[in-house]
Design a protein around this ligand. Structure first.
Ligand code: ACO
Length: 333
């Protein structure tokens, strides 16, 4: 382990999506909707849904295996696992613990983080600090969600928007002559109106009862219009703030990987930053909104597609339930 690490770099990425692809036409067989409505309002054409017996930790492990292989390290070099999810296998133990066992990793520090769709960006921030402390050397950071398990397939305003999947990154603490990798992180939250986007039941406020199940309180509820307005505002602010914090200009960015929730939100971000859509990596059309998995899946896809080169300046930016938001600026190494 380097005694005084000054940089944290991403040395491998991986992702996984379940094999079951559900098109908008398939969704139109379940709820009163159409391919045309979903595509024009959100930009989504299809999403992946996990099998009934496929869990968040299963998907996370598949993504993690690919990230570890890409990093070219022995898995027992990992000494920290952070899993961002709002759809854990169960309330406890943590999904991170289940993953540690499934991957056959030795005794490591593992925990889950919950910041909804901002979860992966929040987790990168925490992993970055823990690695810079010198107490950890290699972190596995995962965003994984089985959204289909909390969707109300009688609510057309929400069920057409989300999908399942997982993305992972291996982070390494390094001693470098100039700072590379994660240059800076920002996070924010406004918890004053949690009902804008929530899963009301299943926690201490509304424990599971026959009534809570009958009234469909265990499913995701969203005020799409209000979330849309907030998303446009906070995605823009989180992006300009981190760029300014690190003394760059938007035109210095080589690639932006935004949370994949709605193409109109992403287009408004491009406009706010005055940079062309070609500088964004989007896969919303094929995945829908996979919450905490969306940024790491897109990051892995972009890397494997050759869109990320050493020295590139990359912005990750996300928002989610809470509300939460976060951004990370990376000088890829
Ligand atoms: N199919 C057909 N019609 C629909 C559907 C559907 N699936 N869903 C809603 N409609 C109807 C509505 O009932 C409404 O009809 P009405 O005018 O007769 O009442 C009409 O379409 C328009 O609905 P709006 O809500 O005004 O549609 P809007 O243009 O705002 O788009 C959307 C809705 C796509 C949900 C948008 O508001 C949005 O993307 N919001 C942000 C959501 C988001 O980003 N969520 C992720 C947060 S991240 C996390 O932490 C999980």
């Amino acid at each position: 382990m380097p005694s005084h690490p000054n940089s944290v770099t991403i040395i491998g990425t991986g992702s996984y999506a379940p094999s079951n692809v559900v098109t908008n036409d398939d969704m139109a067989k379940i709820v009163d909707t159409s391919d045309e409505w979903i595509r024009t309002r959100s930009g989504i054409s299809a999403r992946h849904f996990a099998a009934a017996d496929e869990t968040t930790s299963d998907m996370a492990c598949a993504a993690a295996e690919r990230a570890i292989e890409a990093a070219g390290i022995e898995r027992n070099e990992i000494d920290l696992i952070i899993v961002a999810t709002m759809t854990p296998d169960m309330p406890f133990p943590s999904t991170a613990c289940l993953i540690q066992s499934k991957l056959g990793l030795p005794n490591v520090t593992t925990f889950d983080m919950q910041a909804a769709c901002s979860g992966f960006v929040y987790a990168l921030s925490v992993a970055n600090s823990m690695l810079l402390s010198g107490n950890f050397n290699k972190a596995l950071v995962i965003g994984a969600e089985k959204m289909s398990g909390i969707l109300d397939f009688e609510d057309r305003t929400t069920c057409v928007l989300f999908g399942d999947g997982a993305g992972a990154a291996v982070l390494s603490a390094e001693q470098t002559t100039e700072k590379v990798g994660i240059l800076g992180v920002l996070g924010g939250a406004d918890g004053s109106n949690p009902s804008l986007l929530q899963q009301p039941a299943g926690g201490s406020a509304i424990p599971a009862t026959t009534e809570s199940i009958a009234s469909r309180q265990h499913f995701l509820k969203m005020n799409g219009k209000e979330i849309f307005k907030a998303a446009v505002r906070v995605m823009g602010q989180a992006s300009t703030d981190i760029i300014e914090q690190q003394s760059y200009d938007p035109e210095d960015l080589n690639l932006v990987i935004p949370h994949q929730a709605n193409m109109r939100i992403i287009e408004s971000l491009a406009k706010r930053l005055s940079i062309p859509m070609e500088k964004f990596h989007n896969n919303l059309d094929r995945y829908g909104n996979t919450s905490a998995a969306s940024v790491p899946i897109a990051l892995d896809e972009a890397y494997r597609a050759g869109r990320i080169q050493s020295g590139d300046l990359i912005l990750l930016v996300a928002f989610g339930a809470g509300l939460t938001w976060g951004s990370t600026l990376i000088k890829w190494q």
